[in-house]
Design a protein around this ligand. Structure first.
Ligand code: GLN
Length: 474
């Protein structure tokens, strides 16, 4: 069967009868079977997807199908979907079933999307290589000896290897964009508050956003539009006009700002640098403005991110106590040992490290020195990012400093792993929307992403400029 890159193509083939939802579901299920070794899925909802496909095929015949009829979607294992398991790739939630459905998930369902399964990720979305899953690492779709990126590695690989049409991930510090870049697909971290977080299992609530991963920009825009908008369940939603139907408006000559500290970074892979420079050259040749800005704060971003996110995580994860739900140690004898043993046995090493770090930075002796200071630095990063975007339409840098690294290469060195987020955390610290575009490859054929970031709330401009870059590159 032909593989589809766009929802609009699926739609027209469904309407002409060239394909059916049932055939689409079979096609993706077959690809899931033949790619089992990539370990992208924790659970496949085959029977349910098949029967939903039959229902939606009937709706198409009667002309009542929604905008996402025939669109087969995989969900990261940290999104609630009522009566379906959700574990955040952790033993502590093994066997747990959601009691309600995330708002974003419900909005896709209401448009007749078909969910095919839940995807593997780093435990509690903490990681950049998907090696922190309690259910084994995911492997890169282009080179299985390499990591898929993280934490939404399974969601990226599922799309890249055509095991679903598109997927949802979550992004706290790069978890959608970095795996999208490593697998050669599109991935968006929307503005903070654009998409309701209701039903997203919390990691660091002031950073977390749900976002789409797909083969095309137009699908990213459509999915974002459907999932976005007010939700009474999430008090942190963006109070702005909702996204309209994105219609590409060529912005004429655009102004791109490039961070010096990123392109001159000693850790930047030479081929990433070279390929990125080619994009800048094409922009200039086409009459766009490319300027360079100084951002000495780059080195402060990863430490600030880790102080704040671990603090939030230590508070969010206190609910996994062995008492309310999830894993409870059978060796425990009283209340305290239930807490201690359930958490010690249920959480993996990285999650424990972050809970301890977060508890430390929040402790009364350390609070001013770490947590409060990091809050202030976050504000400065926000203000400085805003200033850059007063004189430019977008910030353009590579999504990551290297292409996908080898499995095991950084897993023993948490600091090296944390630095994999160097270019992506700014968007979460500042709240701005940012997208990874699959515009480059190295000489070995490994994908390299370009990251574009616009002002807070400016997804439409982000999509316009992404289209501009895509056209320039094609
Ligand atoms: N890699 C980052 C981390 O480990 C980002 C994670 C995310 O965005 N969920 O925290």
């Amino acid at each position: 069967m032909k593989s589809y890159n766009r929802i609009s193509e699926i739609r027209s083939d469904l309407e002409s009868g060239a394909v059916s939802c049932a055939r689409l579901v079979d096609y993706y299920l077959e690809n899931i079977r033949s790619n089992e070794g990539l370990n992208a899925f924790l659970e496949v909802w085959a029977d349910e997807a098949k029967s939903r496909a039959i229902e939606i095929d009937a709706k198409i015949k009667s002309g009542t199908a929604g905008k996402l009829a025939g669109v087969v979607i995989a969900l990261k294992d940290n999104l609630a979907y009522k009566n379906h398991k959700v574990s955040n790739s952790s033993k502590i939630l093994e066997g747990f079933e959601s009691l309600y459905t995330a708002t974003a998930v419900q909005r896709l369902l209401d448009e007749d999307a078909i969910f095919i399964g839940r995807t593997n990720c780093d435990e509690f979305a903490m990681g950049a290589s998907n090696e922190n899953s309690a259910y084994g690492p995911v492997k890169n779709a282009i080179d299985p000896t390499r990591v898929p990126g993280g934490s939404s590695g399974g969601s990226a690989v599922a799309v890249a290897a055509n095991m679903c049409h598109c997927s949802l991930g979550s992004d706290t510090g790069g978890s959608i964009r970095q795996p999208a870049a490593f697998n050669g697909i599109f991935g968006l971290k929307p503005s903070y508050g654009r998409i309701s977080r209701w039903g997203l299992l919390a990691y660091a609530s002031s950073f977390d956003q749900i976002g789409p991963m797909a083969h095309s920009l137009e699908d990213i825009a459509l999915l974002t539009e459907i999932m976005s908008g007010q939700d009474d369940q999430d008090a942190s939603m963006l109070q702005e006009k909702p996204l309209n139907h994105w219609s590409y408006n060529y912005p004429g000559k655009a102004r791109f700002a490039v961070m010096k500290q990123a392109v001159e970074n000693p850790g930047l892979d030479p081929e990433v640098k070279l390929e990125f420079q080619k994009i800048l050259d094409k922009l200039v040749a086409d009459g766009h403005h490319v300027t360079y800005f100084d951002f000495p704060l780059l080195d402060q971003m990863v430490p600030t991110y880790y102080v704040l996110t671990t603090a939030e995580a230590s508070s969010n994860l206190s609910r996994y106590s062995g008492m309310l739900y999830g894993y409870r140690s059978s060796n425990a004898t009283d209340l305290e040992s239930t807490y201690v043993m359930s958490r010690s046995e249920g959480f993996g090493a990285e999650v424990k490290r972050r809970i301890m770090l977060g508890t430390f930075v929040l402790s009364s002796e350390q609070y001013d020195e770490y947590y409060e200071k990091a809050q202030k630095v976050r504000r400065v990063i926000q203000d400085e990012t805003k200033k850059v975007l007063e004189n430019a339409d977008a910030i353009l840098i590579p999504t990551t400093s290297t292409p996908a690294f080898k499995l095991g290469e950084k897993s023993k060195d948490p600091v090296a792993m944390y630095l994999a987020d160097l270019f992506t955390v700014q968007a979460n610290l500042a709240g701005n929307p940012a997208i990874s575009l699959p515009l480059m490859k190295n000489s070995a054929g490994l994908p390299i992403g370009a990251q574009l970031m616009t002002k807070f709330g400016e997804e439409e401009r982000l999509f316009d400029l992404s289209r501009l870059l895509e056209n320039l590159n094609s």
